[in-house]
Design a binder for this molecule. Structure first.
Ligand SMILES: [Fe+2]
Ligand SMILES: [Fe+2]
Length: 177
């Protein structure tokens, strides 16, 4: 596995400035939540660092790496290009960052959909992505931030509820998870 410094250099090169800064916010938030909830700090930190590593790939590149690494898509997931950077990122973490730890790979893979059977590390990365300090404010964000510290799995449910609500408001069909 690359060192975290090398990962940071690669991400700075691959991601937009906005996405790179978001990533730093997710790392800080994931580490804070991992301390509160006694999760694995290193797993949460590295998964947060790499969670959006595939964000600059185009759809064809994403589909190609997903299939090369035999990552199974959830029903309907392929129809949402904005979601594909999660499975693609799980593959890219292995290919480009030499990550072999399944716990890191799974946390990256699940960070967009947040399936109900996530473990603690996965829940932390999912919620950290949602509530990181640079997120543009939206209604419900403060409560999600509060809940993240008190009840991380409750926060997962709340983040998913807010996402569904946002999809409905903006006329998109939410994937049911
Ligand atoms: Fe993402
Ligand atoms: Fe993200």
């Amino acid at each position: 596995m690359l060192t975290q410094d090398a990962m940071l250099r690669q991400l700075k090169n691959d991601l937009s400035e906005h996405r790179f800064n978001h990533t730093l916010g997710v790392v800080d938030t994931a580490v804070m939540l991992a301390e509160i909830h006694h999760a694995d700090l290193e797993i949460c930190r590295i998964a947060a660092l790499l969670h959006d590593c595939a964000k600059s790939m185009d759809v064809q590149q994403m589909l190609s790496i997903i299939s090369r690494y035999s990552i199974k898509l959830f029903p309907g997931e392929a129809e949402y290009p904005a979601l594909l950077h999660a499975p693609a990122g799980a593959a890219l973490a292995q290919e480009k960052y030499n990550v072999a730890d399944e716990r890191i790979i799974r946390a990256i893979r699940y960070h967009t959909l947040g399936p109900d059977d996530m473990n603690l590390d996965e829940a932390i990365v999912f919620v950290a992505d949602f509530i990181e300090p640079r997120r543009r404010y939206f209604e419900g964000l403060d409560y999600a931030r509060f809940l993240a510290k008190e009840d991380i799995f409750g926060a997962v449910k709340e983040c998913k509820r807010l996402t569904r609500e946002y999809c409905v408001k903006t006329g998109q069909v939410p994937l049911n998870f």
